[in-house]
Design a protein around this ligand. Structure first.
Ligand code: HEM
Length: 319
């Protein structure tokens, strides 16, 4: 009988050769992988409640540029991290910690791309969202270029058509756009991220450009983010239940309390309004859809079939 380790190695070689994602991909090669990622995320989130939001956004920005291949984690001049759209990203240290632990117990086995996908999955569950069983087996990319960021990332000022175009280029539908925007039920944003919603009148006063924005909400935002506000000030994406992954985001949209223009448009556009209403009324339906859309998000442009590598350190490609 072959020793367990040998079976693990054979299975792992076959798995990486076929490069198919599989639930439990590491069950023989590194059985504790998912547990170690979860523990790292849990402990980081317990000392810093901003961690879950950061991890979820980090995954989004990774998967939309070069696919879910941890290209966002690579440091250096001219990498994806250098783009201003990525400057406020966080959560890197959590991924690096998980990788360090995994390199001790399972050296060279678990990709940074999988760690990031698992960590974001865990972040959702930890904040009360659905537990999603995601397949693993992603490999890490070797390309990370600032020039790939802008053409692939959605900006808050985008029209619905522009958002649809970018999402569909990733294989994501209009429904996925609405569902995944529900990520804004946790986390926070800097004042500069929604300053385009206000104009300064001749007296220096800020007024909302979108007159349908709830007046008391607009006032709260202006009070928190006056002209020349400290750039480190943040506002909760979903102030009512800022650290709970729930369907409050969709209720906010109906109440005209969407933080970004790209949030508000989901309710004002007739193509997506119905779905927003459905999710606002039925959290289970949002969670069921989240499970599907999250699986699609975490499968974008996954590298396999001899492409990519298992990075030794998440912040640099292997030499
Ligand atoms: C649809 C278009 C989207 C736009 C325009 C957008 C834009 C933004 C912006 C500008 C911020 C605030 C960044 C800051 O000021 O620090 C933010 C935060 C966030 N976004 Fe999005 N986003 C979109 C979709 C998504 C998706 C699909 C996800 C994940 C599945 C996501 C997850 C998050 C999270 C969790 C935060 C909070 C980050 C934190 O707390 O540090 N977003 N988003």
């Amino acid at each position: 009988m072959l020793p367990l380790m040998a079976i693990a190695v054979i299975w792992f070689s076959l798995a990486s050769a076929s490069a198919q994602l599989a639930v439990g991909f590491y069950s023989l090669s590194c059985p504790g992988a998912e547990f170690m990622v979860r523990n790292t995320v849990r402990s980081a989130a317990s000392s810093d409640p901003s961690v879950p939001g950061k991890l979820l956004r980090l995954l989004f920005h990774d998967c939309f540029v070069e696919g879910c291949d941890a290209s966002i984690l690579i440091q250096g001049n001219g990498t994806e991290q250098s783009d201003p759209a990525n400057r406020s990203l966080g959560g890197f240290s959590v991924i690096n910690s998980a990788k360090r632990v995994l390199e001790i117990f399972c050296p060279g086995i678990v990709s940074c791309a999988d760690i990031l996908a698992l960590a974001a999955r865990d972040a959702v569950e930890l904040t009360g969202g659905p537990a999603v069983q995601i397949p693993t087996g992603r490999r890490d990319g070797r390309i990370s270029s600032i020039s790939n960021v802008r053409p692939n990332i959605v900006d808050t000022g985008f029209t619905m058509d522009e958002m649809i175009r970018i999402f569909s280029s990733k294989g994501l539908s209009l429904e996925d756009l609405v569902v995944l925007s529900g990520a804004h039920t946790i986390g926070s944003a800097h004042c500069s991220s929604f300053s385009d919603r206000f104009r300064q009148d001749s007296t220096g006063k800020l007024t909302p450009i979108d007159t349908s924005l709830d007046r008391s909400f607009a006032k709260e935002l202006i009070d928190r983010c006056p002209v020349a506000a400290n750039p480190s000030i943040t506002v909760s994406n979903d102030p009512q239940t800022s650290s709970s992954f729930d369907n409050q985001y969709f209720r906010n949209l109906i109440a005209h309390r969407g933080l970004f223009q790209s949030d508000s448009v989901l309710f004002s556009d007739s193509r997506t309004r119905r779905l927003v209403e459905d999710f606002a009324n039925d959290q289970e339906s949002f969670f069921a859809s989240w499970t599907q859309s999250f699986m699609k998000l975490t499968s974008i442009g996954v590298k396999g079939d001899g492409k990519g590598e298992i990075r030794q350190s998440c912040s640099a490609v292997n030499i």
